[in-house]
Design a binder for this molecule. Structure first.
Ligand code: SF4
Ligand code: SF4
Length: 375
């Protein structure tokens, strides 16, 4: 039975979050249904980069703390790991409040620094993921529900991209290029290489607008859980009212007939999704409208049909983070200003995602701007 549960939780008070997660898991038989005594359980929150919890960029420490407690009670040994987009994991964990929880609960923080080959049988045959992620007895995925400039939404499936070690993420972006469906397929293959045993989504405060790094916190007041991350993401998208045509990961999963992608077969439990639904949730601007158009055409008119990043010189401190993260290396700092070679830019928006100063905006191509008015 493919179950996704949803509970209303209005604040990050430790007690409220813990009770909310316990209620979510009761439908499955509690944490003991997932964790057996003596197992090493890897918790994978979203620790994109060093931002405080109230910025809604990272999974809230209260959610991490509650899951640590429940894993311990089930007899498991929790550890917390990730590979941030920018900076050392310990610094990111300190800023986002998770390090304090780990110290208080004497829980190990595991940097995803050592890659290990995981052979897949999909399109991407050799993918290296972090050794602690592959070797854990159990994995509990703890995504933050946010908008995403390239993929519209980031939740359970996308959060697992953090299992790719450091700079290898850029190489995967480069392989997929501008093809969002191909990038979605790669995300799905990463998930299939090592399926998480449980997904618990922090949507008490989500991010709307220019996610995943520069959007605005939006109170949604919900926690979600499920075993299948594709189904969890589908219910999360319903909650936010995101049309299916913008959900690349879910569309590709459906096309491939992956488990969990049959909406009709998801059993929704707990608080009704329709009653929890938020209205007017702001999505990122649609960044391309190349759906179904022939490649020769989209190549010719791509600047008209796509959105692209533009620097705001007054906010840019020329720190070079975007330049170092840019998968095809098309950002240059020259004569005190930031330059982007748009002919080679693959519109992945990693630069915006990781800029600590919100110094990169999005400019829509002229045709895209017209189309965006009508969709
Ligand atoms: S745009 Fe942002 S990340 Fe890039 S150099 Fe400027 S401040 Fe740094
Ligand atoms: S400039 Fe930004 S959007 Fe373009 S390829 Fe580089 S990181 Fe991606």
């Amino acid at each position: 039975m493919n179950i996704v549960t949803l509970e209303k939780v209005q604040s990050y008070s430790r007690d409220e979050v813990r009770c909310g997660i316990a209620r979510l898991l009761s439908e499955f038989g509690g944490m003991g249904a997932f964790v057996k005594p003596g197992e090493r359980v890897l918790l994978k929150p979203n620790m994109l980069y060093a931002k405080p919890p109230e910025a809604a960029v990272t999974t809230h420490p209260a959610v991490v703390a509650a899951v640590i407690d429940l894993v311990r009670e089930a007899g498991g040994t929790p550890v917390v790991g990730d590979s941030p987009g920018v900076g050392k994991l310990s610094r990111v964990a300190a800023k986002c409040g998770i390090l304090e929880v780990l110290e208080e609960t004497e829980t190990e923080l595991v940097e995803f620094s050592e890659p290990m080959e995981a052979a897949g049988d999909g399109l991407f045959r050799r993918i290296e993921l972090a050794r602690p992620y592959l070797e854990a007895d159990k994995v509990i995925n703890l995504p933050k529900l946010k908008t995403h400039g390239m993929m519209t939404m980031t939740c359970a499936v996308k959060n697992l991209f953090g299992a790719v070690v450091g700079t290898a993420k850029a190489a995967w972006h480069l392989k997929a290029g501008e093809d969002r469906d191909l990038f979605a397929r790669m995300l799905l293959e990463i998930y299939l290489l090592r399926k998480p045993d449980l997904n618990i989504v922090d949507a008490i405060v989500a991010m709307e607008g220019d996610g995943p790094g520069s959007g605005d916190p939006r109170s949604v007041g919900v926690l979600l859980a499920g075993v299948n991350p594709v189904s969890v993401d589908m219910v999360a998208a319903e909650l936010l009212g995101i049309p299916k045509k913008f959900l690349y990961v879910e569309r590709v999963a459906e096309k491939l007939g992956l488990p969990g992608s049959d909406r009709a077969a998801i059993r929704r439990c707990g608080f009704p999704v329709e009653e929890a639904r938020v209205s007017g949730f702001r999505l990122p601007p649609v960044s391309d409208v190349q759906w179904g158009l022939p490649r020769f055409l989209t190549r010719r008119i791509r600047n008209l049909l796509t959105a692209y990043p533009v620097p705001f010189p007054d906010r840019c401190g020329l720190c070079g983070i975007c330049r170092d993260a840019c998968p095809p290396g098309v950002i240059e700092i020259r004569n005190g200003s930031l330059r982007i070679d748009y002919r080679k830019c693959i519109r992945c928006f990693c630069c915006r995602e990781l800029c600590p100063s919100n110094a990169l905006g999005i400019r829509e191509g002229r045709l895209l701007r017209i189309i965006n008015k009508y969709i």
